[in-house]
Design a protein around this ligand. Structure first.
Ligand code: PMT
Length: 407
């Protein structure tokens, strides 16, 4: 079954003067590839970071910069009036302040002022500027007037500093823009997994110590659930094997709840027998207590500790790969804390060889990254260990990028 045709939208992409302007090229490209009519309005400062020919080539339309060009066509009004949505990415602190004050001293601010279209802003600036009370008040004003503020994300900024202020990833901005324009479904409903049987594991396994305690991990299940929703939206028949979840599972998928790694192994081995694709996003315990007490373990003497004997769980993914049914594609995830990029990738390559899967999606995890958070940042390696895709953003957009690669 084919997707409904894209509702074609006229989209104005405003680009202002920040280093993140290079990422605006990707925003424009994704909107154009999704079938929309995209017009770039760049400030002079933006063009110091990215040249006009780049935007013209990617948008397939003339770039607009000058308030005093095309005066006869009243362009500053025409663009705003005809837009279905205006997105500004990056939106600098200066632009946000001018918009909040209702100034119209260049083509972009004129266009916004002359428009009734939804306004989406993707702020990008240093943390101090983002947290400055003036910016906080300006953003609140624009929000009150209905502007959609996307991000900023937290991460490495232009210099050595890091913190909130980094522009959100292009796919997140594109999704928010299409949603504001009432065209949100146009990217996600391509039925490229139609008729495919996809098995996905999500959440964290729990290994019981006694009736009330377990060894577990901080996986919320968000990434696995996002993959399951995305695969379902794209036409797949989805079996979602859920270890402990902190989010609601999606409708329209077959749910198989499990507790321990051994239970997950039985469920996934069974479902994989008739699957085209298995994605192991669950965080599986490598060890379980050797004995599970039937009664609650009592506190010992005050000065004595408690030792637990652990035994290794089977490597479910490696076993699936070793006894794979023909035609199945196996995708593992690797959750690593290694801070050094080169060593991180090397560790993933070793894991890929050990597990024998077809793809490995590598995410760096830590106290506030990967596990439990709303966002993820991944690299996807193929069986040769080559990086075939990188993605960062909300877990549902990361899920779609992974499926794009697999499709
Ligand atoms: O659930 P969220 O809060 O959204 O967080 C998402 C996530 C960080 C949990 C997810 O993106 C992720 O990385 N999942 C895999 C976590 C993990 O167990 O990684 P690992 O490097 O220990 O294992 C590598 C692969 O082998 C995984 O696909 C895992 O499912 C599998 N495995 C692990 C151990 C084991 N005994 N058997 C396995 O099959």
């Amino acid at each position: 079954m084919d997707a409904a045709p894209n509702p074609r939208r006229r989209i104005v992409v405003g680009v202002t003067g920040g280093i993140a302007a290079y990422k605006a090229v990707q925003v424009v490209r994704e909107l154009v590839l999704a079938g929309h009519d995209v017009h770039v309005v760049a400030t002079e400062a933006a063009l110091r970071f990215v040249g006009a020919p780049t935007f013209e080539a990617i948008s397939r339309n003339r770039i607009e910069t000058d308030l005093y060009e095309g005066v006869a066509e009243v362009r500053h009004v025409a663009l705003g009036q005809s837009a279905d949505v205006i997105v500004i990415a990056p939106a600098t602190a200066n632009t946000i302040a001018r918009l909040a004050a209702g100034l119209a001293d260049d083509l972009l601010t004129n266009t916004v002022l002359a428009s009734r279209a939804p306004l989406v802003l993707a702020p990008a600036m240093h943390t101090e500027m983002w947290q400055n009370p003036a910016t906080v008040a300006n953003v609140a004003t624009l929000r009150e007037r209905g502007a959609v503020i996307v991000g900023p994300a937290t991460g490495q900024l232009t210099g050595n500093d890091s913190g909130p202020g980094r522009m959100e990833e292009p796919e997140v901005i594109v999704a928010a823009t299409l949603q504001a324009a009432g065209a949100a479904s146009s990217l996600a409903t391509v039925q490229d997994f139609s008729g495919r049987r996809v098995v996905i594991t999500a959440g964290g396994t729990r290994e019981p110590l006694d009736p009330v305690r377990f060894l577990g991990n901080r996986s919320s299940g968000r990434q696995g659930v996002a993959l399951a929703s995305a695969a379902r939206n794209r036409g797949a028949d989805v079996v979602l094997i859920t270890a402990h979840l902190e989010v609601e599972p999606p409708d329209g998928v077959s749910l198989v709840p499990v507790g321990t790694a051994l239970e997950l192994q039985v469920a996934v081995t069974d479902a994989a027998a008739s699957a085209d694709l298995v994605i192991m996003a669950a965080a599986v315990a490598d060890y379980r207590p050797e004995r599970t007490s039937d009664a609650k373990i009592k506190k010992g003497q005050a000065h004595e500790g408690l030792s637990l004997e652990l035994v290794q769980n089977p490597d479910i993914l490696a076993d699936l790969a070793a006894h794979r049914s023909p035609g199945v594609t196996l995708v593992g995830f690797a959750a690593e804390t290694e801070p050094d990029d080169e060593r991180l990738i090397e560790t993933a390559r070793q894991k890929l060889r050990r597990k024998g899967c077809d793809y490995l999606v590598l995410n760096r995890v830590g106290w506030s990254t990967g596990f439990a958070s709303e966002r993820n940042e991944v690299m996807m390696l193929d069986s040769a260990g080559d990086i075939v895709m990188t993605a960062a953003g909300a877990k549902d957009s990361v899920a779609d990028r992974i499926l794009d690669r697999l499709a």
